[in-house]
Design a protein around this ligand. Structure first.
Ligand code: MLT
Length: 407
């Protein structure tokens, strides 16, 4: 009986459970300080679900309690009421149809599962720093060799995102087949301009590559010149897949609902060069391995697009972006160099001289009782930075700001 030995190549634990373990160790050793702990590590929402979402979910649960309105298995790809609402509200004028939208229970799963439809031997390009799921799922799928002493996996193309390039990677000189881009970016909280995305689409088309575009944070974009979808870029329908989520806008981290958009025009080739529709492969995969997100959850997700839902989601975004502004200011006042946090809920901060990112994690935990995420946890180029999540209550954020000032 063999195992998938690719799992043995993975470095340490997945970042957020690893942080959780370290924080638990600290709380056990410091029971007197535990009540002061404020978590700004994982980007998990804190504010309650919008009323419109709750009302829709309650009504859907009641429907499930009546013989006449009870529903069993739904369509694996999602109910039309939600797919239609997504297209109407998120992709109007972008030439996306409802049957190109696949509803799921999360973008983490989707960005990992998408590898099912791609073959082996593809050259994978990922930004550095990066949401660790993209790397780890490629390791699990056998798309990499071993990691070196810096944690970089053989076979991956790392695209450094630095302060110098505004955290948007330069177009590589070599050919990649799959490129992961996430904008607004996790972890740096920065955005890509239309011109930068146009350059990536042009590169993907010239190289027969596919862009896996993670737009989980699009709702936080405040600047109207910043694209919210890769499909705003001409030509993207032939070279991109987009991932979106209800987690961060609708507060669904505990409810679970997301979607993946795959245009029907998108193809990749067999080993003999025959083009095959990625939409039909994903449809086949989804129908085989997934039975659809739950009905009450999909009703709740659709309510995000009702007039009340839109107003309530806007208030949530305003709340978290208000937190981000406070955190940015507090770090700047403390003399730190700050990025992001203007069109995304993450603030990316340069560590003070002489402190590395896990050192900063320890310092913030021990001296301020604040949990942050060390930049190195997102990749080698994240060293020297730390991420503060603005997903928190206003009181906690104000307290974090006071503690940063007192450090
Ligand atoms: C993060 O903190 O990076 C996110 O919460 C992770 C996720 O969305 O899975």
């Amino acid at each position: 009986m063999n195992i998938n030995e690719n799992f043995l190549k993975l470095k340490a634990g997945y970042l957020f459970p690893e942080i959780g373990r370290r924080v638990s160790g600290w709380t056990e050793a410091n029971p007197d300080k535990t009540s002061k702990l404020i978590r700004c590590g994982i980007g998990d929402v804190t504010e309650p679900l919008p009323q419109a979402v709750r009302d829709a979910m309650h009504a859907a649960v009641d429907e499930q309690g009546e013989r006449d309105t009870f529903r069993g298995y739904g369509p694996e790809q999602g109910y039309d009421f939600l797919r239609d609402a997504i297209v109407e509200n998120q992709f109007a004028g972008l030439n996306i149809s409802a049957d190109e939208v696949f509803i799921s229970d999360g973008s983490k799963c989707d960005t990992g599962n998408i590898l099912d439809i791609f073959g082996h031997g593809n050259k994978i390009a990922i930004t550095d720093p990066v949401y660790p799921v993209y790397v780890d799922t490629n390791v699990m799928a056998g798309n990499t060799g071993d990691a070196d002493e810096n944690g970089a996996y053989e076979g991956l193309i790392y695209l450094p995102c630095t302060a110098e390039n505004g955290f948007v990677p330069a177009i590589p000189s070599e050919k990649a087949d799959l490129i992961y881009l996430c904008y607004p970016n996790n972890p740096t909280g920065t955005t890509a301009t239309r011109e930068q995305l146009e350059a990536w689409v042009a590169y993907a088309k010239a190289n027969d590559a596919i862009i896996l575009y993670d737009a989980a944070y699009e709702a936080f974009v405040q600047d109207s010149t910043i694209p919210r979808s890769i499909f705003e870029i001409e030509g993207a329908h032939d070279c991109a897949i987009e991932f979106r989520s209800f987690s961060k806008n609708g507060g669904f981290t505990g409810v679970r609902c997301a979607y993946t958009v795959i245009p029907k025009t998108l193809t990749a080739t067999t080993s003999t060069g025959e083009p095959v529709s990625l939409h039909s492969l994903w449809n086949r995969r989804h129908a085989t391995k997934f039975n659809g997100a739950s009905y009450p959850v999909q009703r709740g997700a659709a309510a995000v697009f009702s007039p009340e839902g839109k107003a309530q989601v806007s208030a949530l975004i305003e709340h978290y972006m208000g937190n981000a502004a406070l955190l940015r200011q507090a770090c700047q006042d403390a003399g730190l160099t700050v990025f992001g946090g203007e069109n995304a809920p993450y603030v990316w901060v340069q560590c003070p001289d002489g402190v590395d990112s896990w050192g900063m994690f320890d310092k913030m935990l021990e001296e301020a009782q604040v949990v942050i995420t060390p930049g190195a946890g997102f990749g080698a180029a994240g060293e020297g930075y730390f991420r503060i999540s603005s997903f928190n209550t206003r009181e906690n954020v104000q307290e974090v700001c006071r503690r940063i000032a007192a450090l």
